[in-house]
Ligand binder design. Structure first.
Ligand SMILES: Cc1cc2nc3c(=O)[nH]c(=O)nc-3n(C[C@H](O)[C@H](O)[C@H](O)COP(=O)(O)O)c2cc1C
Length: 538
């Protein structure tokens, strides 16, 4: 699958970055130089040159060599927050002189740096470790966010899992999101796309390739290690801000910490040269990893690597690594793994539900005023018919209804009509946080007050009732009658304790039907679900 990429893998990001597949080479300092970058580019991925704290002269020679090797686009990675301002200025100046058209930044978002490269029309990718930094990056005007999870190799800025973080960032920002951290397989790329991300960024997976500039020792350690052997620590921190954590494969330095992995101060750590690169000393506790050119005590240096080590079993050409990821991702997506299943495997049920709620509520919000009124009327008629068939009109019985919020079907006219025909109407209230709902009597003359979430509710003097029939508004529902609510769990808590158990009618839109809501032990199914398209009995 070299020339034709299946459409499923061609995300809009590919058009932004002008690459065939949304697999990004991380801008690994020292490691991602022109040879690796050109191999990834020619295989259809998007390369980043790792130029953190490198001299303008090296940037010039690397960019030039890359352009000789390939005519594909690329980005230059810099880390503004961890670079001396004068050097950063010289690096940017050099990039401008070279007409570099894309930058990939990492660590703290520095809006003035983003603005400076954007002024020149450059595309900006920014790797972040939190939603807060993602929002800052969006405000600064970046084009693409790379969500870096705690599984990542090298410097790790956040503390959340990559897919969980990416999911949150996708909820909060409008930008294309790429997932980084622990990714080295096609299944993970498929999962990322299923989650709604537009691609993945891999570091470790490309470190263990023929073309990477890492030392053979480092590559072999990646091949030999399993994820559990990686360690997150701030002991390799010389020349970085205090507290900056890195994920490395454990070695004699991390073992000697005896579990005290954090709290190291770059200003008090000894500066002992243990290795050399072309005559330049590399210190114990520095962030330098062993490169092709390094000699000395390689074992004691930081061998950066992510959880992805577990799936890397050989040093191969970068093209082969990329094509395997691409082929497996396409297989997973075409094997019919549904988007929901893929999402679920990565986020867990609560995060999946959160995402679904957002999607369903957005769909609901897009309903026109007329369509909302027509749908509400149809549901009202269906409810009236149901009450008359099953409960003989429910005259004299307590029926709990609801005051419509957030685009829920509006049944208030029916509420008055049922009251007039002799049905006793109750409305639910949150009177105590996290406790079951309380139901209070409602009539068309009731003077409503504002309750939880600012919803109009009967006043405290209204009589408390125990409903025999309960309407539960639905954000989503499934064919087994399970209900997706707003996530507060109030209806489930209430329905679990009402004795005798009421007859439960879910009220929602036909379009909110899901294959499954992945029911959990606390979820209580409805007896019937009513939508504008009819009655569904679970
Ligand atoms: C050896 C190595 C060096 C790295 N150096 C940098 C760097 O200079 N700049 C940067 O933005 N990210 C750097 N990273 C982090 C990557 O951008 C990315 O977040 C990480 O590789 C993703 O996790 P993975 O290694 O499991 O694929 C480095 C990662 C590794 C493994």
């Amino acid at each position: 699958m070299n020339s034709e990429s299946p459409n499923s893998l061609h995300t809009p990001l590919c058009s932004i970055l002008k690459c065939r597949v949304p697999i990004l080479l991380a801008g690994m300092g020292g490691v991602a130089r022109w040879e690796l970058a050109s191999a990834v580019a020619d295989a259809g991925g998007y390369p980043t040159l790792g130029m953190v704290r490198e001299s303008p002269a090296l940037i010039a020679s690397e960019v030039t060599a890359l352009r000789v090797a390939t005519d594909q686009p690329f980005a230059v990675n810099l880390i503004p927050g961890a670079t001396d301002p004068a050097l950063l200025d010289a690096q940017l100046q050099q990039c401008f002189e070279l007409d570099v058209t894309a930058f990939s930044f990492f660590w703290d978002v520095m809006p003035e740096v983003v603005a400076r490269v954007r002024e020149r029309g450059a595309t900006v990718l920014h790797q972040v470790g939190s939603v807060e930094q993602a929002l800052k990056a969006q405000n600064a005007g970046v084009d693409v966010i790379i969500a870096q999870g705690i599984e990542a190799g090298g410097h790790v800025h956040g503390r959340k899992g990559s897919f969980v973080l990416a999911n949150e960032i996708m909820q909060e920002t409008q930008l294309p999101v790429v997932i980084a951290g622990g990714i080295s397989t096609g299944k993970e790329l498929a999962e990322a796309i299923a989650l709604g991300a537009q691609g993945v960024q891999c570091g470790t997976a490309f470190l263990a390739t023929d073309e990477s500039f890492a030392h053979q020792y480092h590559k072999q350690r990646v091949v030999d290690a399993v994820a559990e052997e990686t360690v997150l620590t701030d002991v390799f921190v010389l020349n970085w801000p205090k507290g900056a954590a890195v994920r490395v494969i454990g070695n004699s330095v991390t073992k000697a910490l005896d579990g005290d992995l954090f709290g190291h101060d770059p200003d008090t750590l000894p500066r002992e040269a243990i290795a050399w690169d072309d005559g330049v000393a590399r210190f114990r506790f520095s962030t330098d990893s062993p490169l092709r050119t390094t000699t000395g005590d390689l074992e004691a240096m930081s061998s950066f690597a992510g959880y992805s080590v577990g799936a890397i079993h050989a040093i191969v050409p970068a093209k082969k690594r990329l094509e395997e990821i691409e082929r497996d991702a396409a297989d997973y997506l075409s094997a019919g793994m549904t988007t929901d299943t893929l999402r679920l495997t990565k986020t867990g049920v609560p995060a999946w539900r959160k995402l679904k709620r957002t999607e369903l509520r957005a769909t609901r919000k897009s309903l026109s005023v007329e369509a909302h009124a027509a749908t509400s009327n149809r549901i009202a008629s269906a409810l009236e018919a149901l009450l008359s068939e099953r409960f003989n009109g429910a005259v004299g019985r307590v029926l709990s209804m609801y005051w419509p919020i957030k685009g829920e079907p509006d049944l208030r006219d029916l509420m008055s009509k049922l009251h007039d025909s002799g049905v006793i109407i109750a409305l639910p209230l949150v009177e105590t946080k996290a406790a079951p709902l309380v139901f209070r009597h409602w009539t068309p003359l009731t003077k409503m007050t504002r309750g939880d979430w600012n919803i109009p509710v009967p006043p405290p003097e209204a009589e408390v009732l125990i409903p025999e029939i309960v309407l539960a508004p639905l954000v989503g529902w499934d064919r087994s009658g399970y209900r997706l609510g707003y996530g507060g769990g109030y209806f489930d808590k209430t329905l679990a304790v009402l004795d005798p158990a009421p007859f439960k009618i879910g009220i929602g839109y036909a379009s909110a039907r899901l294959e499954t809501i992945f029911p959990q032990p606390h979820d209580i199914p409805m007896d019937t679900i009513l939508t504008e398209a009819g009655v569904f009995t679970g």
